[in-house]
Ligand binder design. Structure first.
Ligand code: BGC
Length: 758
């Protein structure tokens, strides 16, 4: 809406100055073009295909690609990259189709293009918006050099269920943090000029609620109240729209019974009419066709439903291409419906500058010099270090001394194939730095480094087969598990400290990688038990694409560094942190449950009428017989090599009115022995409302660097907007009454002050 009003105001201003408004030029250009177009060519623009060069994520890939492009039956292509191939495909459209309309070239550039950054869930744990924006910027610089200028990212689906493998692709469970990250990524990709040859159009996905699939099973049913939608799940999509994202991707799931790709309430009433989105909507991979299986009708019916709902481009399924003409003849869709969708896609092409120069995003020279440049790799190393979360550090095992003997053990310690993480189809695993190599690079000559694999990620060949669809992620050793374990124990006994690198293979999370058991596979647990038995200090470097249930590991290891899947510079970044060159500062963005039965578990839950805030079981209170309510590690949690003390939390006023704001301040002192960064988190509880409100909601945070021995005064401004929420009638606003404001180092903080809103 803001954008539309702004554009309207600028247009009026320009008209009053007697100049041609820019928007009118675009309209005129597209009007002229559309006047030339046949119905088939218009429908062709609404067709997105993949020749299957990338990773096809559904059963189908497109056929007769070349002929279709020449015939004007294609609006965009994905799964093609590199200057030469993109140029060839663009030539087919520009030089050999009747009207020469350039193609869009898209891709899933999810966490870096060739310079692979940590998986998005890891990156979110940096809580560093500038860093996240930079990683998106670099992804755009590299992708555009290679001909790709339309990104199927950011993925902003709120996820509260770590069984769902795609939790790896988003920013975790919190709507406020998720919104900040959505904005940072859109700005990073799109920059402030979409026509610039090194910016790309972003796509916010998956609209909407995809992360709430039941039981954490991918593509499963989604059903929730409007209140939960608006307060908890929709804000990050809205934040991307407010940041002027160019494209929205509809999700696979249903929303209130109607699949998102055919949901008019979602794609038109909410997205366009309420939120003012003026870009185009693309379906997910064959999600239009999949409405047949959802039970909404045959291909013609669901394609018409999608168009009528406000979906503009059909990914791979070709329901639009093959049925819309018939639907038009039968009066099931109108020519205006088709014109609207076609126009939106042409507008995107215009805004990207393609009509001026269809080849503006192909740059062989930039591709050679900028992709995987030293500076980009250096940022990947920093980003990885910043995404790590120190979950435990007893007896100050970490940081490691650069002396003595270190036993490096585990199936992920020397595994290039598992460093990049899920959804890194443009990255090259062979260019990644495994942990062993990183340790060798950083340890220095006084360290003796011993290595043993110790265990397979999993011993189950059937499980390995399912995980290895994109290449060997789980490699089952020829040696017996017993021999491998023995070797590891022998080197552990010779060492001063043991570092075990274990966890999930990259493809154990991501799309279609749900798990009903989120523990570490048994062979690795065995290894850890055996290592613990040696009595040597034991550091667990944990790789994973999701929160895991780690109760046993939490007891066995002296220190746990959670590194997610860190990207191309994995090993170097891990060594930097283990040896103390970087003091870990990451904080969890998704709760770690004690066991799978606690799921869904998230910090911003409500109180219930029978709360049990403690961990002791109480009959007739809301709790379990066999596990406490509390998680193993809460949202926002993460340790440092140093300690931070919070003091003197104050609010500037006891009472504020609706048009006032409140200042909240706290002193944070670094009382430990290392310089370090702390993410200071502010949570609010609205004590009484017209609907039940969460016990705590993140409303602000600041990442501050504090040298050892120093104190920083951190202050936040809270406005009434921060206290507002959607009520039962879906009106939005703050309600007078008492509020508690908590500030601390994680969502478990008990330290609060109170104020009243009048
Ligand atoms: C995924 C999307 C992705 C698309 C194209 C789908 O299976 O859900 O996130 O953008 O494939 O690769």
């Amino acid at each position: 809406m803001r954008t539309m009003l702004l554009i309207g105001a600028i247009a009026l201003f320009l008209v009053s100055c007697g100049q041609k408004p820019k928007e009118t030029e675009m309209d005129r250009y597209i009007n002229n073009l559309m006047a030339e177009m046949t119905l088939q060519e218009k429908i062709g623009q609404m067709n997105l295909i993949t020749p299957g060069g990338g990773i096809p994520t559904g059963a189908a890939v497109s056929s007769d690609v070349e002929a279709k492009i020449k015939a004007g039956k294609v609006g965009g292509v994905f799964g093609v990259s590199g200057p030469e191939k993109v140029r060839q495909a663009q030539d087919l459209a520009v030089k050999e189709s009747r009207l020469g309309i350039p193609l869009l070239f898209g891709s899933d550039v999810i966490h870096g293009y060739k310079t692979t950054f940590p998986i998005p869930l890891g990156l979110s744990c940096s809580w560093d918006m500038e860093l996240i924006e930079k990683t998106a910027r670099i992804a755009a610089v590299e992708a555009t050099a290679d001909g790709i200028f339309w990104n199927f990212s950011p993925m902003v689906d709120i996820a509260r269920d770590p069984r769902w493998g795609r939790i790896a692709e988003g920013a975790g469970e919190d709507p406020y943090l998720g919104s900040e990250i959505a904005k940072a990524m859109v700005i990073g990709y799109q920059g402030d000029d979409l026509t610039a040859p090194n910016t790309m159009m972003a796509t916010v996905k998956h609209f909407a609620l995809y992360g709430a699939s039941e039981a954490g099973r991918d593509y499963h049913t989604t059903d929730m109240s409007r209140l939960r939608m608006f307060n908890e799940y929709l804000p990050p999509y809205k934040a991307a729209i407010d940041a002027e994202v160019g494209c929205v991707m509809s999700s696979f799931n249903d929303v209130d019974g109607i699949p998102a790709s055919g949901n008019k309430w979602l794609l038109t009433d909410l997205l366009r009419n309420q939120w003012g989105f003026d870009g185009f909507v693309v379906s997910d991979y064959t999600s239009v066709n999949e409405m047949i299986d959802h039970g909404l009708g045959d291909l013609q019916t669901v394609s018409a439903l999608a168009l009528k709902a406000g979906l503009d481009m059909d990914m791979v399924g070709e329901g639009f291409l093959t049925t819309l003409e018939k639907s038009l003849e039968e009066g099931k869709v109108s020519e205006a419906d088709i014109n609207t969708a076609c126009r939106r896609i042409l507008e995107a092409k215009y805004k990207l500058g393609l009509f001026d120069d269809p080849y503006r995003y192909i740059d062989e020279n930039r591709a050679k010099t900028e992709i995987l440049s030293l500076a980009h790799r250096e940022l990947a190393r920093q980003a990885a270090a910043q995404s790590f979360v120190l979950l435990k550090n007893e007896k100050q095992v970490l940081p490691l001394k650069k002396a003595g003997t270190i036993a490096l053990v585990g199936p992920l310690a020397d595994s290039k194939n598992n460093m990049l993480g899920t959804w890194a189809p443009t990255g090259d695993p062979q260019l990644s730095v495994p942990v062993l190599e990183g340790m060798q690079n950083v340890a220095g000559t006084d360290v003796k480094l011993l290595y043993a694999k110790g265990a397979n990620i999993s011993d189950d060949p059937e499980f390995a087969r399912k995980v290895n669809v994109f290449g060997p992620r789980i490699e089952i050793d020829e040696r017996s598990p017993e021999d491998m374990l023995k070797e590891a124990v022998v080197i552990a006994q010779k060492a001063d400290v043991v570092v075990a690198v274990i966890g999930e293979a990259t493809e154990m999370s991501g799309e279609s990688s749900s798990r009903s058991d989120i523990t570490i596979p048994e062979p690795q647990k065995k290894l850890l038990r055996a290592l613990a038995k040696t009595g040597k200090p034991l550091v667990l470097v944990l790789m994973s694409g999701r929160p895991l249930a780690l109760e046993e590991e939490n007891q066995l290891a002296d220190a746990i560094l959670l590194t997610w899947h860190p990207g191309v510079e994995a090993g170097n970044a891990i060594a930097d942190v283990l040896f103390g060159a970087y003091n870990p500062s990451g904080k969890l963005t998704a709760t770690f449950p004690r066991n799978v039965g606690q799921i869904p578990i998230y910090y911003n839950h409500k109180n219930t009428g029978r709360p049990n805030p403690g961990d002791e079981f109480q009959k007739f209170r809301s709790n379990y017989l066999d596990v406490p309510n509390s998680p193993l590690y809460p949202f926002g949690y993460g340790l440092s090599y140093t300690r931070f003390e919070y003091k003197d939390l104050t609010v500037s006023k006891e009472t504020i009115t609706l048009d006032e704001s409140l200042e909240v301040t706290v002193d944070v002192t670094n009382t430990g022995n290392y310089d370090g960064a702390e993410v200071v988190q502010l949570y609010v509880r609205d004590v009484v409302g017209s609907v039940s409100r969460p016990l705590k909601e993140l409303k602000a945070f600041q990442k501050v660097f504090i040298p050892k021995g120093e104190t920083k005064r951190v202050s936040f401004k809270l406005s009434v907007a921060d206290l507002s929420f959607y009520r039962n009638d879906l009106s939005f606003g703050a309600e007078p009454g008492q509020f508690m404001v908590f500030v601390g180092s994680n969502s478990d903080t008990e330290d609060f002050e109170e104020f009243t809103l009048k």
